[in-house]
Design a protein around this ligand. Structure first.
Ligand SMILES: [Fe+2]
Ligand SMILES: [Fe+2]
Length: 196
């Protein structure tokens, strides 16, 4: 499937606030760089990257309303933390507004916030790029994860999930079950490496 990246960029520039547009461009190019490193389809990675926050311009009530309108199921945690919905809703808009048909791209968009167990390379690339792209505020551990992303994909995913959970806990936010299951999965996967 061919996509017009310039057209997708133009659409995102129209609907997103300037900072979020810059973030989305950063995610697109970081996805491209990681896709080169890990032999992933460059076009798929960039399309997922530029579109991943396509639903984040709506406020939280509006995200709930739109999910209900499009019959996208909402979990209890998502109702408490509606920002989690922009992944699923973004995937829905990628399909219906921006004509993305590749299921893997749609899934990478849907799970970019929480991650999930057994992610494909593309899903891991989008999940990590969202966290490490150049315009992200420099939080503790970010410099290390930026390097690690290009050295060991699974270890970088694990470390990102670990830091995300710590951040959410310290802010007393309800944690999505998918993030927990993803964390436990990658902890087990990289466990052997960590013990060395
Ligand atoms: Fe996002
Ligand atoms: Fe994002």
């Amino acid at each position: 499937m061919e996509y017009d990246l310039l057209e997708l960029q133009e659409k995102m520039r129209e609907i997103l606030k300037p900072k979020r547009y810059l973030h989305s461009l950063g995610v697109q190019y970081t996805c491209a760089a990681l896709a080169m490193r890990y032999d992933c389809n460059l076009m798929s990675a960039q399309v997922a990257g530029i579109l991943h926050d396509a639903a984040k311009n709506y406020d939280e009530d509006e995200q709930i309303r739109r999910c209900e309108k499009h019959q996208i199921p909402i979990t209890k945690v998502e109702r408490e933390q509606p920002y989690l919905l922009h992944g699923k809703l973004g995937a829905y808009y990628a399909k219906t507004k921006y004509h993305v048909t590749d299921e893997e791209i749609l899934s990478a968009i849907a799970y970019h916030t929480t991650g999930k167990p057994k992610m494909t390379i593309l899903e891991k690339i989008v999940f990590l790029s969202d966290y490490i792209e150049p315009s992200r505020k420099l939080i503790p551990g970010l410099v290390e994860i930026r390097k690690l992303a290009f050295e060991d994909l699974d270890l970088a995913v694990y470390t990102t999930l670990h830091n995300t959970l710590n951040y959410l806990k310290s802010n007393e936010q309800t944690i999505d079950n998918t993030t927990y299951t993803a964390y436990n999965y990658y902890k087990e996967l990289v466990g052997a490496q960590l013990k060395d």
